[in-house]
Design a protein around this ligand. Structure first.
Ligand code: HEC
Ligand code: HEC
Length: 278
């Protein structure tokens, strides 16, 4: 998924260069045809790309289209979007529902959707808005919206990558949990969502299993919450550094220090690699 995001970013960047400079043929030939994003694309083409992201890498169908977890969007959302928030246009409402989903909660549903800008680039998000508008309404996403998004993605791709945290003492577990959006679904200290196990239930569990629960949520399903299985984003292993994951797992299981081993695991780990060598 992250690879795809990077690919999109690269492709979007190339598209900008191509659009502006118009002459980088040898690079251009390496770009897969079907996902080149450019500011002069007709709205229908944006919507078609948005549809692919909706059904694929965007992960939307983990919740939407199943009836009970999330509202049906296909064929309807383009018709209701302009009526949701007084004074807000359809386009602005849809954009906000992707990047700030809790600003307006559709009646009868839990606020379990997280900020989709951690999953998709700005340009991808606009293709989604175009697709959603086309579902019962008219596409108003225009070349200006899209060009600005491509430029923003370009700037983000050019920025130096954040420095990876290597000192566990610099990681605040509660701040990390809040920033990653876990509390949309899980509760901590009685605050947060109810569709996933409260984090207190992880106390005393096997750290390896808890870690797997974070980086590969579908590997084991907590049966009590199986009605919402598949909704947990699968990208947290990529979003957090190994040290951040260590601290989080340790916080959940109630260990005494980052990288603490469960009894019995210690024998299998060579002493010099203990404590996270990546
Ligand atoms: C974890 C489950 C989940 C995922 C994944 C998810 N959504 Fe949602 N979404 C919801 C729920 C639940 C609501 C209704 C509650 C609310 O308004 O937040 C909602 C609301 C919306 C709305 C507002 C609908 C309306 O009728 O006003 C839009 C638009 C939307 N989602 C689009 C998307 C798109 C596009 C994606 C993929 C990029 C996506 N969602 C991914 C759960 C999810
Ligand atoms: C969109 C909802 C959602 C979000 C956001 C979410 N989770 Fe989950 N999570 C679930 C659901 C539902 C389950 C239970 C089903 C399953 O086991 O996959 C679960 C299960 C887990 C488990 C396994 C628990 C067990 O009892 O086996 C862990 C650990 C976990 N989540 C950690 C996290 C962390 C840490 C975050 C934030 C970085 C997070 N989750 C964000 C929905 C979510």
């Amino acid at each position: 998924m992250t690879n795809l995001k990077i690919l999109f970013t690269v492709v979007a960047t190339l598209a900008v260069f191509t659009f502006v400079a118009n002459v980088i043929p040898q690079v251009q030939s390496a770009v897969p045809r079907e996902i080149v994003l450019s500011a002069d694309m007709p709205p229908e083409e944006l919507a078609a790309i948005g549809e692919e992201i909706y059904a694929g890498a965007g992960g939307c169908t983990a919740c939407h289209g199943l009836g009970t977890r999330a509202p049906d969007l296909l064929g309807v959302v383009g018709g209701v979007c302009a009526t949701r928030v007084p004074g807000q246009s359809c386009k602005d409402y849809l954009w906000e529902s992707l990047v700030n989903p809790t600003a307006y909660i559709v009646e009868g549903f839990d606020p379990i959707m997280i900020d989709q800008s951690i999953v998709s680039s700005q340009a991808e998000l606009w293709t989604l808005v175009a697709f959603l508008e086309s579902q019962g309404g008219e596409i108003t996403v225009n070349a200006d919206d899209f060009a600005a998004a491509l430029a923003a993605d370009d700037a983000a791709a050019a920025a130096p990558p954040p420095v990876a945290v290597t000192d566990p003492n610099q990681v605040d577990a509660v701040a990390l949990i809040t920033a990653q959006g876990c509390l949309a679904c899980h509760a901590l200290g009685g605050e947060g969502g109810m569709v996933a196990p409260p984090f207190e239930e992880l106390r005393g569990q096997d750290p390896a299993v808890v870690r797997e629960g974070i980086v590969d949520p579908m590997a084991t399903i907590n049966e009590e919450y199986s009605a919402f299985a598949g909704t947990m984003p699968t990208i947290f292993g990529d979003l957090m550094s190994p040290v951040e994951l260590d601290v989080l797992v340790d916080f959940f299981v109630g260990g005494s220090g980052a990288g603490a081993e469960a009894p019995g695991d210690a024998a299998e780990v060579p002493p010099d690699s203990a404590g996270g060598s990546r």
